[in-house]
Each structure stands twice: as structure tokens, then as C-alpha cells.
Ligand binder design. Sequence first.
Ligand code: ZN
Length: 191
Amino acid sequence: MLRQKAQALSEAEIRGSEIQRLIDSMLETMRDAPGVGLAAPQVGISLQLAVIEDRAEYLRDLKPEILAERKREPVPFHVIVNPHIRLSDGAPATFFEGCLSLAGFSALVPRATEVVVDCLDRFGKPKQLHARGWYARILQHEIDHLNGALYVDRMLSRTFTSMEHLNRYWKDKTTAQVEEMPAPGPDATTK
Ligand code: ZN
């Protein structure tokens, strides 16, 4: 299911009690994890629906310079349905990213720094979101889920790591320092 394109929802379906209950249960699952986003295919339901929330309490224990570098600010809870995303031109931002569906791992993932998303809200009303920084990354990650894509499809594969090793070796390094890691030389496969 994580590799399928999810089905779109009609306004009537969104407003129905089944989808409203699904949204409430996805909110609970996201907070329990805890995560900053959850897409319906991650809970075994192939629908174009995701919930997003980056709570102030998640940011409390992060260093101010980390928050500033990632342009990460609290995002209130909201729902996106049938989203269409447009990415900004310009240089992407590259940071470590993880996924509840690939628990225990992380990798550097380049992402657009600004996006515009046209979608429906939890009542089926059309909405346009303008997002930058970490919020833009969350939207790209969740909308990828609705199209059958995972961060491992976009990651810099030499930085793929367990959370344990991320915390042990790379936690205090900048993205530039991690990217400077030497690539395997010509001798690497012959010895
Ligand atoms: Zn994910």
C-alpha cells in the first residue's frame, strides 16, 4: 500500500462520519508516535488524506540554532485531502529526515524550501497553503506518501543510517560536514 497512488475523496465522502472518525483516529496515532504528519496509506487506507501538526512542545527541547537552520516553527493541526503541490525553484535544503513507516532509520533528504499546496480541508472546503522551511518539508513528505513515494526514494543514500548511529556519529555535525564524507575510492572494491 505504501507504494500505491492513493484514491481521491469526494466532498461528500470527506464530510461523512467514516472519514471524520478516520481523521480523529489518525490524529491520535500521530500524537502517540509522536510524529509531525501521518498519511492514510501509513495506517493501511489508500486515500488521499493526511494529518499534520508540529506542536510547540516538540520544539521546546531543540536548540534555537537547530530550529533557525531548519526554519522550524509550530504548525497547528490540520488535514489535507486530494493535495496538489507546487515546489519553489532554487536550491533545496538538505536535512536528516525519518518516517514512522521506516522506524529506526534516517537519511539526508534534499527538499524544496517553499511550496504551495492546493487541497481540501477536513470539511471538504478548498484551501491553499503557502509553506516554507520545515513545514514545507512535512508537506512534501506526506504528499509523497499519497503518491506511493518514500523518503528513501529521494535520500542521499550514503547517509542512510540507524537512529542509534545518527545520534552517535552525526547528531552534532552540520549537513555540510556530513556531506563531506569521503566517497569510496577506486580501490574500495578491489581490496
Ligand atoms: Zn513518512
